[in-house]
Ligand binder design. Structure first.
Ligand code: UT7
Length: 321
């Protein structure tokens, strides 16, 4: 048994914060942010939460797929910024949409979280365990940013994206690749669970996100093209056969570098980072939803997906639409 994507959905918070807005509260500028990253604005939560955005994205994806909540038998949310330690965001989504027969859990693979969740869903479907799966990437990164660290906080945004996949005799997941490198994990970290139990009492304050941007940049521009090349080859295709490359939206320069290394036109790399910033696990499903709703995806098209980031982690897939 194989897997087929049958619907997409997404949800961004209502409030848009431009680079000029940020320049009024910290020492930065639209010129610096847009020329270094391609980001012009991002959406940040006020009332919204990781769960509320996930629920809205899930409803839109189910409507797009034409499935009811009763048909969903598995919900996986890729997130590093769930609203609580427990219950999981996926369980809260289950309750809110009324998918009472679903099994629900979160996974944390940072910016690769949605891709890892997609691969988990694929494995379950291949084994015949489940039939219809709701997969989300959802983040409220603004709550784990250090708003005094201009080198990181300007890069990130909040939002949620979702896909519905179902079991199908013909597998539209043509190939995938995923990997982790915990040895280099400290280059992108958020160590915000210190233990202050009575035996330890470190008094250490929880940390916000810390990133060595240049090290992450170097990792991305080597790991992503290597993973994509491997996956495309495993699918029995060449880069010319790929209609779109839907990559994690961290930095336009990373995407341009990947396009150059693969010798593919940048036109094949749709972009959402200009208006969303980097939304970690939510980047890929939001982008997929945007290009789906623009009518760019036609049956039979081959799409390469890739996520990369904290852990370090990375994951790519080639799917047929
Ligand atoms: O999803 C996870 C994946 N994350 C990524 O892929 C991030 C990868 N890394 C990057 O995208 C880039 O490294 C950044 C966009 C984060 C930074 O770009 P950079 O070209 O590596 O800049 P830099 O860190 O070398 O900083 C250059 C200068 C520094 O000033 P000096 O030391 O040259 O005087 C910074 O202090 O830019 C300064 N700077 C800023 N200036 C204005 C840093 N942040 C800002 C800012 N506004 N927001």
């Amino acid at each position: 048994m194989g897997m087929k994507i049958i619907g997409t959905g997404s949800c961004l918070p209502q409030t848009v914060v431009t680079n000029d807005d940020l320049s009024k509260i910290m020492d930065t500028s639209d010129e610096w942010i847009s020329s270094r990253t391609g980001i012009r604005e991002r959406h940040l939560v006020k009332e919204e939460t990781t769960t509320s955005m996930s629920v809205e994205a899930a409803r839109r994806a189910m409507e797009n797929a034409g499935v009811t909540a009763q048909e969903i038998d598995l919900i996986i949310v890729g997130t590093l910024s769930a609203d609580h330690v427990t219950p999981a965001c996926a369980c809260e989504v289950q309750a809110a949409i009324g998918a009472q027969d679903a099994v629900a859990f979160d996974i944390n693979a940072a910016c690769s979280g949605f891709m890892f969740a997609l691969n988990i869903a694929h494995a379950y479907l291949q084994m015949g365990v489940y039939k219809t799966v709701l997969i989300l990437g959802a983040e409220t990164l603004s709550k784990i940013m250090d708003w005094n660290d201009r080198s990181t906080c300007v890069l990130f945004g909040d939002g949620a994206g979702a896909v519905v996949v179902c079991a199908d005799e013909r597998d539209r997941m043509l190939a995938y690749d995923q990997g982790s490198d915990g040895v280099r994990g400290s280059v992108l970290a958020c160590k915000n669970r210190t233990n202050n139990n009575p035996l330890v009492q470190t008094g250490v304050e929880p940390e916000y996100v810390h990133m060595d941007g240049q090290e992450v940049y170097k990792f991305a521009v080597t790991a992503v093209p290597a993973s994509l090349s491997k996956t495309i080859k495993a699918a029995g295709l060449s880069v010319e056969d790929i209609d779109y490359f839907a990559l994690h939206q961290a930095n336009i320069r990373i995407i341009q570098s990947v396009a150059k290394r693969l010798k593919v036109s940048e036109d094949k790399f749709p972009i959402s980072l200009d208006h969303c910033g980097n939304i970690s696990a939510a980047s890929v499903p939001i982008l997929l939803d945007e290009i789906n709703r623009k009518g760019l995806l036609k049956p039979g098209m081959k799409i390469a997906l890739s996520g990369f980031g904290g852990g370090l982690t990375w994951a790519s897939a080639v799917i047929e639409w």
